[in-house]
Design a protein around this ligand. Structure first.
Ligand code: ADP
Ligand code: MG
Length: 209
């Protein structure tokens, strides 16, 4: 079976995931790797509606359980529609947020039970786990200052909320040092990118052709 590589990007809102992942995608494509960039929530066509429900401020405050279940439906479909097929084609899949976002945001941020969240993650991903997870680490105040004024529903959470999210991320990285690599996201974009490149090179397969 041809098997690609799944690399996930994690970290609090404003840490630079989208920017750095775009740079990584361009670099890998230039190098001739088959690369697919996707995101959660909303990475599948089916998931578009869920992204709206989860991020649009007009939905107000969802209860934490409903929020979690919406993320899970989105993830389950994302795996089947996008991620697993790409991995079977042997592609390098870059995913902006994945299972660890649930543990950090709904676990740390909302205070839900971590074990229950892990069981739901397992149920949703059906065996598709990241080969490498880059955690972009940045002080909460700095991340918030990067976001500016137009924030989505989750980005509008308090600094205290993001401190709890970041604490869980740090604990997850410490517990799984083989999968997680922590990157200093406070540096200039080019420097952050170089750190990501260094980590990704270690998991890249030999290039084809
Ligand atoms: N290393 C960096 N230094 C300065 N600004 C950055 C850096 N990384 C990202 N930014 C900027 O900060 C904002 C948030 O970055 P973004 O990639 O959208 O974060 P995320 O996807 O993690 O929420 C964007 O305007 C982006 O251009
Ligand atoms: Mg982003």
């Amino acid at each position: 079976m041809s098997r690609g590589i799944l690399i996930t990007f994690e970290g609090i809102d404003g840490c630079g995931k989208s920017l750095i992942m775009g740079m990584v995608r361009d670099w890998l494509a230039d190098e001739g790797y088959p690369v697919l960039a996707t995101l959660e929530p909303g990475g599948s066509e089916f998931g578009q509606a869920f992204r709206k429900m989860l991020l649009e401020s007009s939905f107000g405050s969802l209860d934490a359980q409903t929020e979690t279940l919406l993320f899970m439906v989105d993830r389950s479909r994302h795996v089947e529609e996008i991620i697993r097929p790409a991995l079977l084609r042997g592609e390098i899949v870059l995913c902006d947020r994945y299972i660890d976002s649930t543990l950090a945001y709904q676990g740390g941020g909302r205070g839900l039970n971590q074990e229950q969240l892990r069981i739901m993650n397992d149920f949703a991903v059906k065996g598709v786990y990241p080969d490498l997870t880059l955690l972009l680490s940045l002080r909460e105040e700095l991340a918030a200052s990067r976001l500016g004024d137009s924030k989505d529903r989750l980005e509008q959470e308090s600094l205290e909320f993001f401190r709890r999210v970041a604490a869980v991320y740090a604990a997850l990285a410490a517990a799984e040092p083989r999968r997680f690599r922590v990157i200093d996201a406070g540096a200039e974009p080019q420097q952050v990118f170089i750190q990501a490149q260094t980590q990704i090179r270690m998991v890249l397969p030999p290039r084809r052709g």
